[in-house]
Design a protein around this ligand. Structure first.
Ligand SMILES: [Zn+2]
Length: 768
């Protein structure tokens, strides 16, 4: 019954596909280089992980052995210019007849070697093959046979998820059983490598108390496993770090093993997420992983509303800053309705997929289409990928092996996420980064993430470093920042940056108090605790007063007998001439301000909102600073913003906060930014250098779904007037737009290239 009905559907699908190809605006198969390694990607002699720039994945469900139309999918690989495929092999479910009796065979496999057939077909078509594993869990019979291979809580109960049992990464499941499974898979089908969907075991919310964990932790830490989470317990911190280190051991162990079996270019690649928070929740240390990896397979399928499409470029740039820009970061991009809510077998609206994918390209990410199931009744998803990957194929040479140009570095660290963020990292760490990123996006200021541990090496690439509430900083981190400022670099720090050491323990004063020109009055302990517990969840009816006040010299009634103030306002308050205050929402503590430092914002404490008759300031003026500018002797400009406007902007989206943040950055770099883009719209701007050319990627994020997925309509913007600063050794002759195909007039003036882009629907790539 099932088969017959599927047969009919398959026929229908084939007809639909043929019709689609015939009507696809002349884009027949001839337009694509097919599955063979592309000539426009890095050299053909390079190993697969350096030249396979377009990937695809049909995530096989257990019923698919009855309905996987391999010839149809081979056509799909061709028309989407796919060069590598990820094929489900084993782990939770095996798609080949495994010799391991506990290796659960797909329910409808019926002895078939579906994985092997697909791997052979892909190899025959010249595609790279990654065998997909999921090593995280196993079925009941496996658990019953080897209960000691599985993770247990303190009471001895096994950890379960989705009806399956979670394997312990410290036991023989990982060290013996999986080794055998990987050997079997590699010897049967010779994939280019292995990728694992869920490789890092239990997340940090669960402590495994199995015998293997207890024994290994005792040997490593000379103490017993912590019973519960306690951030102040040195033993718990030791368990955290030991847990991170174990994931790296797994990475190394698996790589040694698959290379020994499959040859030096056979890689084991655990999939990783794009968000720092989820990586840390899973003990995946991006910096350490990137030091080991030849390629990152990024499992970051869709946006969330608050972070927007721009999060994809940010993830690509963050990881490239750790991995290097000569390596590849393909990213699984969901063609089904991923995000919130999830519908695995419904097509995601095409514009939503498109903008996520394009913003990833702008951040150095390579496409990897992802369907769940080999047969879709919602066939619309099959039409989404082709034009995007064809465009990628035609322009791949401009999209890889390039270096970003940005004068702004935003500092982050894994330990700040873990030990300052603790159980509220989304708010304490994620929110300020989001707010800052959105402010820079709106102001079209290119920036790059920089890991605090890499400041020594990378800080010199930037004119300004920003610490978005980077509260947990080691003495070394503080020293690196101090050296950067000492060499003339500018610094912007917000919230309680540098108030704690790398374990989240309070210092007596800010670690960078000398740079901030501001000191804690009553020790850092209470202040850091308030910062951690108060967060931004609560919005108080508070304001920030802009100094000097100017109300009396502009139109408007005069309050009381205040004298007119005529002093000139600082440029960071540009655009606020008609106001003496801006909304805030947070609370601030008094600080001691060093002589010579200048306070530009002061705190106005909360007063009633309702009823309106009560809404007047009880204490209109305080000396509690909200923004302090300082210039240490011989050093660069420093702005310290105790008022956490980055977090506020991330949460509340009030333009005042975004404008002030952007003003601060422009002041800090003395208005020296490598790029200006004028014209309406929300545009994500990324500038790169590639040998003797500049590449500017502009993604038009202007749409009705900017902060509310999904987008179902693209809205064109333009004209945009663009100016790009030219490197001193560059003498550009012409301009090429890779999307519209136009060649606008290029004007060179004083080392700047100026031109106009008439219109952008989704994105444009300018090659100068
Ligand atoms: Zn364990």
């Amino acid at each position: 019954m099932v088969t017959n009905s599927l047969e009919t559907r398959r026929e229908f699908l084939k007809k639909t596909f043929t019709a689609a190809v015939l009507t696809a605006g002349g884009m027949g198969l001839a337009g694509c280089a097919g599955g063979a390694p592309t000539t426009t990607a890095p050299g053909a002699s390079a190993p697969w992980y350096r030249r396979t720039v377009r990937w695809g994945q049909t995530n096989i469900t257990e019923i698919d052995p009855t309905r996987y139309d391999i010839p149809w999918w081979r056509q799909y690989w061709k028309r989407t210019c796919t060069q590598g495929v990820i094929i489900n092999a084993g782990g939770i479910v095996a798609y080949y007849p495994s010799k391991f009796p506990l290796h659960h065979q797909a329910e409808y496999l019926n002895g078939r070697d579906l994985y092997g057939e697909l791997a052979a077909a892909a190899h025959a078509d010249g595609l790279a093959v990654l065998a997909r594993m999921d090593s995280s869990r196993a079925h009941e019979d496996f658990y019953q046979a080897h209960p000691d291979w599985f993770a247990h809580d303190a009471s001895g109960q096994p950890f379960r998820s989705g009806g399956l049992y979670t394997a312990c990464i410290n036991g023989p499941y990982y060290e013996e059983y999986l080794v055998g499974v990987l050997r079997e898979i590699i010897e049967r089908s010779h994939p280019e490598g292995v990728t694992d969907n869920s490789w890092s075991g239990l997340d940090r919310n669960s402590i495994c108390h199995c015998e293997n964990c207890a024994k290994k932790f005792r040997a490593a830490a000379s103490r017993e496993l912590p019973q519960t989470k306690n951030w102040n317990d040195p033993g718990y911190r030791q368990w955290m770090e030991w847990s991170y280190a174990r994931r790296l051991e797994i990475w190394d162990l698996n790589n040694r093993m698959v290379r020994a079996i499959g040859g030096p270019d056979c890689l084991w690649i655990g999939m990783n997420g794009g968000a720092v928070e989820s990586q840390c929740q899973n003990f995946r240390d991006d910096r350490e992983i990137c030091r080991r990896a030849e390629i990152i397979m990024l499992d970051y399928q869709a946006r969330n509303n608050a972070d927007g499409f721009q999060a994809n470029a940010q993830a690509g740039q963050r990881l490239h800053s750790l991995l290097g820009w000569d390596k590849l970061i393909p990213e699984s991009m969901a063609l089904y309705q991923a995000g919130s809510p999830v519908f695995r077998v419904a097509s995601k609206p095409e514009p939503e997929v498109r903008l996520w994918m394009l913003d990833g390209f702008a951040g150095g990410i390579q496409p990897w289409w992802h369907h769940v199931g080999a047969y879709e009744e919602d066939r619309r998803a099959y039409h989404t990928t082709e034009p995007l990957l064809r465009w990628h194929q035609a322009n791949a040479q401009y999209l890889v092996k390039r270096k970003p140009i940005a004068s702004v570095g935003v500092v982050w660290s894994r330990k700040n996420e873990d030990y300052f963020g603790r159980d509220n990292a989304a708010e304490l760490v994620g929110l300020p980064v989001r707010g800052l990123a959105n402010a820079l996006l709106r102001a079209r200021i290119p920036w790059l993430p920089v890991h605090a541990d890499d400041l020594e090496r990378d800080a010199g690439n930037f004119s300004v470093l920003i610490l978005p509430n980077l509260t947990a900083m080691s003495d070394d981190h503080c020293r690196s920042v101090r050296q950067f400022v000492g060499r003339g670099g500018a610094l912007i720090a917000t919230g309680t940056s540098s108030l704690c050491d790398e374990w989240g323990d309070a210092r007596n004063d800010f670690g960078l108090a000398d740079l901030f020109g501001a000191h804690q009055r009553s020790g850092g302990s209470a202040a850091s605790e308030r910062a951690r517990t108060r967060g931004t969840a609560e919005t108080s009816h508070t304001y920030l007063r802009l100094l000097p006040e100017r109300r009396a010299v502009v139109d408007g009634p005069r309050a009381g007998d205040e004298p007119p103030v005529t002093a000139h306002r600082h440029p960071v308050l540009r655009g606020f001439d008609e106001t003496d205050l801006i909304p805030f929402g947070g609370r601030l503590d008094p600080l001691t301000v060093a002589p010579g430092a200048e306070v530009l914002l002061t705190f106005v404490p909360a007063f009633p909102i309702s009823p309106p008759e009560t809404a007047w300031m009880r204490q209109p003026r305080t000396d509690i600073p909200g923004l302090i500018l300082n210039q240490p002797a011989g050093g660069g400009r420093v702005a310290f913003l105790p008022a956490d406007l980055d977090s506020r902007f991330g949460r509340d989206n009030l333009p005042d906060h975004g404008i002030l943040l952007a003003n601060l950055v422009k002041w800090a770099v003395n208005d020296k930014l490598p790029l200006t883009v004028e014209g309406h719209g929300l545009v994500d701007c990324h500038l790169y250098r590639q040998s003797n050319r500049l590449i500017l990627h502009l993604v038009n994020l202007t749409n009705t779904g900017a902060w509310r997925a999904p987008v179902d309509e693209l809205i064109p913007i333009g004209p945009l007037r663009v100016k790009v600063q030219l490197p001193s050794d560059s003498h550009p002759g012409k301009l090429k737009l890779l999307v519209s195909g136009e060649n606008p007039r290029l004007e060179i003036h004083d080392g700047w290239a100026a031109f106009e882009i008439k219109s952008i629907l989704d994105h444009e790539v300018v090659v100068i």
